[in-house]
Design a protein around this ligand. Structure first.
Ligand SMILES: Cc1ncc(COP(=O)(O)O)c(C=O)c1O
Length: 373
């Protein structure tokens, strides 16, 4: 797999400002697309960083300032004060959105406004100013179009777009930073798990917790992720795909997996843990609940005990990065329960419907899909 930048034929920056970002993006994309497509092995994309051409950035002063106009700059390292709020106190959020191509042409995003709103809610929790929904969506579009040559062909993967919001200003005593940066970069990706689309084997963690009541588990704060690395690496060393976390109060209700939400099916009832401040409200979760309701499943958001999930007919995970991933087994305190993984799986049916909406095979009557070129 090629993980390096493959072409140096970049459009010069003065040219960008002369013709304007959106015109630039369109022209740059067609100018550069061929060079890239011939150099990347699109059939073997994993979920690792492949450096692309441009990133988007805007800065803003303290909490009462607004984000003004941002700009595309070459992708590369950024300079930060050693005393930056994000480095010292973890004042930071991220998002994840995919841009993808369709058969027959066009580049699309899925519900980017939802990511903008989630970042705004997270920013309130973390005492940061945030870009407006329009600024956020425009930045994501510009980043996708400026890196269009890195968007895989239809069905081969997508361009994963990563918006970041962080305290870039120096702050020594514990307080909100004096300056904030909104930065958007992108990388082509394929399957998130090394298992590809094979069923996941989850390990139920009862020592480490992902989040606690009153903490920041309900927002996409960077501070939620490093603490689970230990649990993930311990599970992977034992041959599991990922970790299923329990609530930190009773250690009995399931919450979510390290980077995705979880669903269980019992009969015709599809259940997922309710949003209670320690679970991230996934956009894929919300979309799958909607699709399942339309396909006449009963959908419930409720407390789900570990015993409930061990007794389910089917279990699956949802997320932008993972899509809808069937779970093949769950192991809790040495007991392993295996689930049906042969078709017809309900998770497969729900995922197919989601992909059909995204790819235009069925009508998008909810206005979820945004065309950007
Ligand atoms: C902890 C966690 N839960 C769930 C999700 C799924 O959210 P979404 O469907 O919006 O990608 C993610 C990924 O963003 C996540 O990091």
């Amino acid at each position: 797999m090629i993980r390096r930048r493959v072409s140096t034929r970049l459009i010069p920056l003065p040219y960008i400002s002369k013709i304007g970002a959106s015109t630039f993006a369109t022209q740059a994309a067609s100018f550069l697309q061929d060079a890239c497509e011939s150099s990347i092995d699109w059939n073997n994309l994993g979920f690792g960083l492949m450096e692309t051409d441009y990133m988007y950035t805007i800065k803003c002063g303290g909490k009462d300032d607004d984000f003004k106009a941002g700009k595309l700059i070459r992708y590369g390292n950024i300079e930060l004060s050693p005393c930056a709020g994000v480095l010292n106190y973890g004042q930071g959020l991220f998002e994840g959105i995919k841009a993808y191509r369709r058969e027959g042409g066009g580049v699309f995003l899925f519900r980017p406004q939802e990511n903008a709103i989630r970042m705004q809610k997270g920013a309130q929790r973390m005492c940061m100013p945030s870009p407006s929904t329009a600024q956020f969506v425009d930045a994501v579009k510009q980043t996708a179009l400026a890196n269009k040559r890195w968007i895989p062909p239809p069905g081969k993967g997508s361009l994963y777009i990563r918006p970041l919001l962080f305290g870039s200003g120096p702050v020594l005593g514990l307080a909100p930073a004096s300056e904030y940066t909104f930065l958007v970069y992108a990388s082509p990706v394929g399957n998130y798990f090394k298992e590809g689309t094979a069923p996941l084997n989850l390990y139920v963690e009862d020592e480490f917790h992902r989040a606690t009541r009153g903490g920041a588990g309900g927002v996409k704060s960077i501070t939620n992720y490093a603490p689970v690395l230990k649990a993930i690496s311990r599970a992977r060393d034992r041959g599991f795909s990922d970790v299923l976390y329990l609530d930190s109060v009773n250690k009995r209700n399931i919450e979510e997996v390290s980077s995705c939400n979880i669903f269980m099916l019992k009969g015709n009832v599809l259940s997922t843990p309710e949003i209670n401040g320690s679970i991230l409200e996934g956009i894929t979760r919300k979309s799958i609940m909607d699709i399942a309701t339309n396909l006449v499943y009963r959908v419930e958001e409720r407390s789900i005990t570990i015993e409930d999930v061990m007794d389910a007919d089917e279990v699956f995970c949802t997320g932008t990065a993972v899509g809808v991933a069937p779970v093949g087994s769950i192991t809790y305190k040495g007991n392993r329960v295996a689930y049906k993984t042969s078709t017809p799986l309900v998770s497969k049916k729900l995922y197919s419907r989601l992909v059909d909406i995204q790819t235009g095979v069925v009508e998008d009557d909810k206005g979820w899909v945004v065309e950007i070129n």
